[in-house]
Design a protein around this ligand. Structure first.
Ligand SMILES: [Cu+2]
Length: 160
């Protein structure tokens, strides 16, 4: 009886929880959670950033080798570094995920950078993203476009 009640309760997910589930992709051992992109600030925006949490649930190290989306000409993983007080971005050529590693892409650190955006990102939209891993292969996710991601504005004022 108690078990039945717990099961029932766990089925009653809030809309927010359902959204979180929808944004979570399971593909082999790589799990992508909470993939989100802040909406473009101007209609002429050509760059955008995507944030997420990556986990490797496997027993072997995997490597993120590339990212792509039909929404932009170019996508790559970037890392923001503090070079004597000047924030600079570097492309992460190979992002290693060791077994049980969690890597967070968040403002001020790692992000997926889109360049040559084909249309400005609007809150409520979803953006398909393909992440290619050495072992897991192609991991396809839907990125939620949100109003804003705390701390992301300053980082993407650069124009590349
Ligand atoms: Cu960047």
């Amino acid at each position: 009886m108690i078990t039945a009640m717990i099961t029932l309760r766990s089925l009653l997910l809030s809309p927010a929880a359902l959204l979180a589930l929808a944004a979570t992709a399971f593909a082999s051992d790589i799990m992508v959670m909470d993939a989100k992109a802040p909406a473009s600030l101007t209609p002429s925006a050509k760059t955008a950033a995507i944030y997420m949490v990556l986990m490797n649930h496997g027993m072997e190290t995997d490597v993120l080798q590339g990212v792509s989306t039909p929404a932009a000409d170019h996508a790559s993983a970037h890392r923001t570094i503090d070079d004597n007080g000047v924030m600079k971005m570097r492309e992460i050529e190979k992002l290693e995920l060791n077994p049980h590693d969690t890597v967070t892409f968040a403002p001020g650190g790692n992000h997926i950078m889109l360049m040559g955006l084909k249309a400005p990102l609007k809150a409520g939209d979803t953006l398909p993203l393909v992440m290619t891993f050495a072992k897991a292969g192609e991991v396809k996710i839907d990125v939620q476009v949100v109003d804003k991601v705390d701390g992301s504005a300053a980082e993407h004022e650069h124009s590349e």
